[in-house]
Design a protein around this ligand. Structure first.
Ligand code: PLP
Length: 413
């Protein structure tokens, strides 16, 4: 292993083509923020945008803003911007609703398109809301669907001819492992199944090629790597060839073929508008656009390379400086097998993370024993990796995590 030093990392920063992006984000002085995989940092432009929407668009222009300030088409406009980040085309993505709601809509559509099949393949260890939503939906449908839970290695074998839908998250929220979108999509299609990709931990974190992989459906978060703000609208993708082929269950008026005809009976739109429900949160959508506009200027290949470099250095440094303290790497080492986060298991993970946060290194803890660090190349510097591990080393050496104040979890970890 090479001899690393703080200067080594400062030097990497001085050569980093993505370094100028950091100035576009507000980051508290002295804080090393390694939790952009959970809540992205605030674009500086968000404040002025929010003020303008509140004061001028809402305050002055009031209802005329639906036309005058483009409110009615905002979900679609932002959807097209997100499309550019995930390998989708114009008219295939909407920015709307929440991740969970979008999964519900897509799963329902996909099951309708495969009426004779009962199987749904999901990863049991996935972020729970995906599984909960699927369980809620099949209970509601009452048509005998069954979820077949598989884990990473077993997924391909679980995709058999009785499967209607494969619904997976591309990058695992705990371990950061990256599934092979192309191989899994191909296998699903070979047996006649459809695929839904949850991109919560991959949109804005790595290059994604939905259309290149011939993905059917996808969805993801606006508030993680896309830096859209707390509770930002999520997004939903339906491949052009499937639009108008199936109904989604939340048949609100914005998904009607002619919302302002105010007809008595429902008629679905036959394009991406069919995925909407009703009036969208315009303040939140407006601020999400700030994050998308920054991300849209970044080169995704450069971003991916920096992300993997940051996370590789972090792994090297933790193993070198904190090797004897009981951390076990939970994230795959291979570049092709991971997203943009690094997780370790540790029996005192909760207390260690709280001690780190008190020392201004913000990551997060996922029960029962995962400490998780997200690497967001637009605003994380190489020197942050060095400094974060230095502080972690100090906490372990001095056993600062044993302080009783770090033993208790807040409502959100
Ligand atoms: C973050 C995340 C969610 C969050 O769902 P919300 O509906 O936004 O609360 C869902 N699924 C996955 C895989 C996630 O990582």
């Amino acid at each position: 292993m090479p001899e690393y030093s703080r200067d080594f990392f400062l030097n990497l920063d001085s050569q980093d083509s993505l370094a100028p992006f950091r100035a576009e984000f507000h980051l508290p002085e002295g804080l090393i923020y390694l939790d952009g995989n959970s809540l992205g940092a605030m674009p500086k432009s968000a404040k002025a945008r929010a003020l303008d929407v509140v004061e001028r668009e809402w305050g002055e222009d009031l209802i005329t803003s639906w036309n005058k300030n483009g409110w009615f088409h905002l979900a679609e406009k932002l959807g097209d911007k997100i499309a550019g980040l995930i390998g989708a085309g114009p008219g295939e993505v909407m920015a709307c609703d929440t991740t969970g709601l979008n999964l519900y809509k897509l799963l329902s559509m996909a099951l309708d398109m495969r009426p004779d099949r009962k199987g749904i393949v999901m990863e049991g260890s996935n972020f729970p809301t995906d599984n909960y939503m699927a369980q809620g939906l099949i209970g509601q449908l009452g048509r005998g669907h069954e979820i077949r839970f598989a884990e990473k290695e077993g997924i391909l074998d679980a995709i058999t001819k009785d499967v209607a839908v494969v619904s997976l998250t591309q990058v695992h929220y705990k371990t950061g492992h990256l599934l092979d979108m192309k191989a899994i999509t191909d296998k699903a299609h070979a047996v006649g199944a459809l695929v839904i990709w949850d991109l919560c931990h991959s949109a804005g974190a790595l290059p994604i090629d939905l259309n290149g992989c011939e993905a059917d459906f996808a969805l993801g978060c606006g508030y993680k790597y896309l830096n859209g703000g707390p509770g930002a609208p999520a997004f939903i993708y339906v491949a052009k060839r499937h639009q108008g082929q199936a109904r989604q269950p939340l048949t609100g008026w914005w998904s009607h073929a002619a919302p302002f005809a105010f007809e008595r009976d429902y008629r679905p739109a036959d394009n991406i508008w069919q995925t909407l429900t009703g009036t969208q949160p315009i303040l939140s959508l407006s601020v999400l656009e700030c994050g998308l506009d920054i991300m849209g200027r970044a080169d995704m290949a450069e971003l991916r390379e920096k992300s993997l470099n940051l996370s590789s250095y972090f792994i090297d440094l933790v193993e070198e400086h904190c090797g004897g303290y009981g951390f076990t790497l939970a994230t795959p080492r291979e570049w092709d097998d991971r997203g943009s986060q690094v997780s370790f298991t540790h029996e005192h993970g909760l207390a260690i993370m709280q001690a780190l946060i008190a020392d201004k290194v913000v990551g997060d803890f996922r029960a029962p024993d995962i400490v998780r660090f997200g690497f967001t190349p637009l605003y994380t510097r190489y020197v942050d990796v060095w400094d974060a591990v230095s502080r972690l080393k100090n906490i372990m050496e001095q056993e600062l995590w044993r302080n009783p104040e770090f033993a208790k979890a807040g409502a959100v970890t």
